[in-house]
Design a protein around this ligand. Sequence first.
Ligand code: SAH
Length: 351
Amino acid sequence: MSDLFSLIDKLERTHSLSLSEYEALLTQRGEGPASELRERAVRVRKAVYGNTVFTRGLIEISSWCKNDCLYCGIRHGNQKAQRYRLSPEDILACCREGWTLGFRTFVLQGGEDPWFTDERLCHLLRQIKAEFPACALTLSLGERSRESYQALYDAGADRYLLRHETADQAHYEALHPTAMSWAHRMECLRTLKEIGYQVGCGFMVGSPGQTERALAKDLKFVETFRPAMCGIGPFIPHQDTPFGDQPSGSVELTCYLLSILRLIQPNLLLPATTALGTLDPVGREKGIQAGANVVMPNLSPVDVRKKYMLYDNKICTGEESAQCRSCLATRMAGIGYELVSDRGDPRPIEN
Ligand code: SAH
């Protein structure tokens, strides 16, 4: 046990551990090391970000998807999934509402929907940026070509979220159909960074077949890739997918990993995700108290929210955007944190 405490100390000092050391942190975890990690992570996050929590307005632009990721409720093969697509006007209306509510970052997320061509997206991004020049725009639209990523960047996108899902190739192959490739996903992440995006990677915790070795690889990947953001949340089964009968990931392990990630990279943007809030009524609070510093309330029109069902029982599908924001502001205030109206760029620090 004392070994683990010295590893935690080393991690905070050097921001780096070997793959086997990360694995030891995971296999030997317990309440003692968890609270040690939590305390250090909160101290580090407060040194960098104080008690502020950044917020992003999430707009789920399409539930159409050409991919067949085995875990995802909007996979192409799910014939029961309800499909919708927001029009550019709908998306602009969400941004207008979001701006009034104090959002300064909009995240456009969706399935890989070919309707959203570069031409349509670039036009939309320019419109949003013309109307709200002070906002940051994040895209989370999956894998596209270098030319596409470049065109979207040139049209005003600032950030791109593309979870790597798992840094272990064999595990990636167990989660995806053969038409998708781990090498390509990793290539996309490198391309996005080269273009100049603030890049977010990330992974599910407790996805089927995940080992502690695979999670250790995720940590090593984040350590070496140095993303601006890292989105992690527990896997939650969706009944109409091949993983419908698999168990959910754990809130406790997700929080443990959030603390480790905070020590790996003190200025990392770490969301307390909706999936955490879905598994535990105070999951997002627990995430913030483990070192996360971002929340992403839903800004999608209420009539489509239930159709963007990545997993069962997803929360915040009935509320209006204003309710989602004020609910989170109250939750954060309740644990001594403050939701701020800010683009929420990463604080540049050397570590
Ligand atoms: N099409 C985009 C956006 C995917 S949805 C892309 O490929 O990046 C955003 C994230 O939701 C995914 O990256 C995945 O990590 C997560 N997700 C999907 N299904 C999930 C499930 N069943 N449980 C938990 N998270 C899930």
